[in-house]
Design a protein around this ligand. Structure first.
Ligand SMILES: [Zn+2]
Length: 486
């Protein structure tokens, strides 16, 4: 139960069901007045950058008639129709939770091997992670495709209520169609498929761990699909669905003794109670947009023994990562103070974080047009909040990319209804549109050097502005000077 509380993680996919429509999309990444003020100049520059790129003209040019592209897209659809929808159904009906996706990984990697990919599993010491490279790879550009496959943990057991079951098949259809195209036309380019486990889990953040192990190095673009109850795309810029987050675990050790002689021991669960009280006391000195919530994972075993071990687990959230550091310090200090006041000791573990990612209009708008062209349903015409193509923010800050979210359910994410839609027409249709749009964008990226340059220009521009924005925030969030008492 306690373990479930800490590991249950409803938010990484939440962004896909929340599409915010605002007249000024360039502002939606900034949640607080402070952030808006700090971002004012940056947003002006970003707007100028976007205008110079003329994304609407780019979309019209790329998504117009192109027989060679249509042939590759048709091949991806054929793979979906003939084999990969069946494989998606199979994974959907054999759900495995994060870091235990052995059967799913073996199905996916078997299929990749059959299509001339070499597979290395256990990437970054994660047993259900893998990297698969097409054996005919031929230099750059390197096209990267992220596959996910973990199921949700529910009261009735694992279930694919977020439809990660289809992400492997969708990504493989695009990867194989493009690999065959590059080989057939002897075109330069490489295909690398990344199997990333446990999207719903922290710790560890699998993508961050893999990124730190250099698994994604060398990719010129990374794509990924995800289930959604509407066809949508994010606005350009930097941001995240659910605030920037630090996961922090506080483990207290005390000394056991009989309940009748508690002064002979040190009570670790009292330290945890004190931690919660201290956090509540500090809220008055923390900006109101913070979200700090903890659960107690361990709190002793018997009332007649003073507990010598207790563990609390917190998600600490703030709209930007700069002020988030101050909030984390408050919570850490609350834990240290709790230990001091109870004579216990505390170990602090910042075990994971999800931060803002970077989203690009040059990729998202082209992908969105393709999804519409290929028959996507439930189209939301307004761009959503800016965000990266993966939930940790770590990869999308370093490598340009885009996510594809064609409507694949009539229900919201993380529901039994969305799980049921895995096997229905609406699911199959959405997954096929994702595969087709992903293939089309990869085709354009591989075959148009000028497109690659435009994407890079937007990515480099937004990344530099992201740095400027953080510098502005650092100047804003000063810490008050507290003198020594006289
Ligand atoms: Zn998800």
């Amino acid at each position: 139960m306690a373990n479930m509380l800490t590991r249950s993680r409803a938010f990484p996919c939440l962004f896909l069901l929340v599409a915010i429509s605002l007249a000024s999309v360039s502002l939606v990444a900034q949640d607080t007045p402070t952030e808006k003020e700090a971002a004012r100049d940056v947003l002006k520059k970003m707007s100028a950058l976007e205008q110079s790129l003329d994304v609407p003209a780019l979309v019209t040019r790329l998504t117009g008639p192109n027989a060679a592209r249509d042939q590759v897209v048709a091949r991806a659809k054929e793979l979906m129709d003939k084999e990969l929808i069946t494989l998606a159904d199979d994974i959907a009906t054999h759900p495995e939770i994060g870091f235990e996706e052995k059967r799913s990984v073996s199905k996916l990697t078997d299929y990749l091997r059959q299509h001339n990919f070499s597979v290395e599993t256990g990437t970054a010491s994660l047993s259900t992670a893998f990297v698969a490279k097409f054996k005919g790879n031929n230099g750059s550009p390197v096209l990267g495709i992220i596959l996910e496959y973990d199921a949700l943990r529910g009261a009735k057991g694992a279930f694919h209520g977020d439809q990660h079951s289809a992400q492997g098949p969708v990504g493989m259809a695009a990867a194989i169609a493009m690999a065959e195209y590059l080989t057939r036309t002897k075109s330069p380019g490489s295909i690398v498929v990344y199997g990333t486990p446990g999207e719903e889990m922290m710790p560890p953040n699998a993508k961050t761990v893999m990124h730190e192990a250099h698994a994604f190095d060398g990719a010129d673009i990374i794509v990924r699909s995800h289930a959604s109850s509407q066809t949508s795309r994010p606005a350009h810029g930097f941001g995240s669905c659910c605030l920037n987050i630090v996961g922090a675990k506080y483990t207290f050790s005390g000394a056991p003794t009989h309940q009748m002689t508690p002064w002979m021991g040190r009570n670790a669960v009292e330290a945890v109670v004190q931690l919660f009280n201290n956090v509540d006391a500090s809220r008055i000195s923390i900006r109101p947009e913070a979200r700090i919530q903890g659960v107690i994972l361990e709190g002793g075993t018997a009332p007649n023994v003073v507990p010598d071990r207790a563990v609390a687990d917190f998600y600490i959230r703030y709209p930007d990562e700069v002020y988030l550091q101050q909030v984390v310090e408050f919570v850490d200090n609350a834990a240290k103070a709790a230990a001091l006041s109870t004579g216990t000791k505390v170990k602090i573990d910042h075990y994971g974080k999800d931060l803002d990612g970077i989203g690009l209009a040059t990729l998202a708008e082209v992908g969105f047009q393709y999804m519409k062209n290929f028959g996507a349903t439930g189209v939301n015409p307004e761009p959503g909040k800016p965000q990266g193509y993966e939930e940790t923010g770590s990869v999308s800050r370093d490598i340009p990319g885009v996510g594809f979210s064609a409507q694949s359910s009539t229900w919201s994410n993380h529901t039994y209804e969305m799980d049921a839609d895995n096997l229905k027409e609406i699911g199959h249709q959405g997954f096929t549109v994702d595969a087709e749009a992903m293939t089309a964008v990869l085709f354009d990226f591989a075959t148009h050097a000028d497109y690659r340059e435009t994407v890079k220009k937007e990515f480099d521009g937004i990344k530099a502005l992201f740095g400027e924005y953080q510098t502005a925030l650092k100047k804003t969030y000063t810490v008050p000077n507290v003198p020594d008492p006289k």
